[in-house]
Ligand binder design. Structure first.
Ligand SMILES: [Zn+2]
Length: 57
């Protein structure tokens, strides 16, 4: 297995991790009930996805 030759400094570690933060979740309104849902996922409130009932609620 490959072994690092030099210890990573706290500074280099921080610079690498500066892009690791997660953004806020994208929220859209459900087309059938209007509740806030995530895009490309079935609505958890009414169970509809693309005009079709796909979940039992
Ligand atoms: Zn809905």
């Amino acid at each position: 297995m490959a072994v690092p030759k030099k210890r990573t400094t706290r500074s280099a570690q921080g610079q690498r991790r500066s892009h690791d933060a997660l953004g806020a979740a994208v929220v859209t309104a459900c087309a059938s009930c209007g509740k806030a849902t995530r895009p490309h996922r079935a609505c958890t409130a009414c169970g509809m996805y693309r005009g079709r009932k796909v979940l039992k609620v």
